[in-house]
Design a protein around this ligand. Structure first.
Ligand code: SF4
Length: 245
């Protein structure tokens, strides 16, 4: 017993401080893209997912981007990825980076903040996901991140949930389950689209078996990435419920 106590004492405190610790993406992590003034023709040609538009309305759509880095390697004078992990937005259109201001996710209104600000339960639905986004949500519940300290928890039943977190491109097989989960949640409720697949289909965009999140399920927070880094997910959720600004 004494050995176990000593071991725990030596291990110390394992939970990362957030956001005060100034955490950053790892060196190989790709964060907020920065567009350079050279134009985007080469970068657009290099993108296998059609996430970059050149020409009259140039921009990089983080909703479609899988952060593979091909564009930055092919056209370093046009695109650069920074280490910035704060990528979440409230409106789909704000995921398109144009080189001007980037509009981060907004906090819920005062009424909802009062309800969810200190206790926010999420039901996760993997709607055809590959398990990468799911794994990065899962890691937030480990001792290193300790999502529960912010009052945020994943729960097993939609009846207990305040928010629905969707991963995956929403396959036909999962569409009904997603609709039923949303319907089973009490109002008010919020919806989070986590990862490129949930936002825009990811690598499966346009596939006949992928239908996307139905318009009757309105999304309040978009978390881009493939998968999003846990820092990005945590930042987005806490920003949404007003725990950070
Ligand atoms: S990083 Fe994104 S925008 Fe660049 S090539 Fe890959 S998918 Fe396309």
């Amino acid at each position: 017993m004494i050995k176990a106590i000593l071991a725990r004492w030596k291990q110390g405190h394992r939970t990362m401080e957030f956001p005060s610790a100034g955490l950053k993406l790892p060196p190989r992590g790709l964060g907020l893209p920065r567009l350079k003034p050279a134009g985007l023709e080469k970068a657009a040609a290099a993108c296998p997912y059609g996430a970059i538009a050149a020409g009259e309305k140039p921009g990089l759509d983080m909703g479609r981007c899988v952060f593979c880095g091909s564009c930055a390697r092919a056209a370093p004078d046009e695109v650069e990825f920074t280490g910035e992990y704060k990528l979440c937005v409230s409106a789909r259109k704000d995921l398109v980076i144009t080189g001007k201001d980037f509009k981060r996710a907004e906090t819920l209104g005062a009424e909802l903040r009062k309800i969810f600000g200190r206790s926010f339960k999420l039901r996760q639905v993997s709607a055809g996901g590959c398990a990468a986004c799911e794994a990065d949500c899962n890691v937030l519940q480990t001792i290193g991140w300790d999502l529960g300290r912010f009052g945020v928890q994943f729960v097993a039943s939609p009846r207990h949930a305040d928010g629905l977190l969707v991963t995956g491109p929403v396959t036909r097989n999962m569409e009904l389950a997603l609709r039923k989960t949303y319907a089973a949640m009490a109002s008010p409720k919020v919806v989070i689209a986590c990862g490129a697949c949930a936002i825009a289909g990811g690598p499966y965009a346009g596939h006949e078996e992928c239908v996307g999140i139905p318009p009757e399920i309105p999304v309040d927070l978009y978390i881009p990435g493939c998968p999003p880094h846990p820092l990005t997910i945590l930042d987005g959720i806490l920003r949404l419920i007003g725990r950070i600004d």
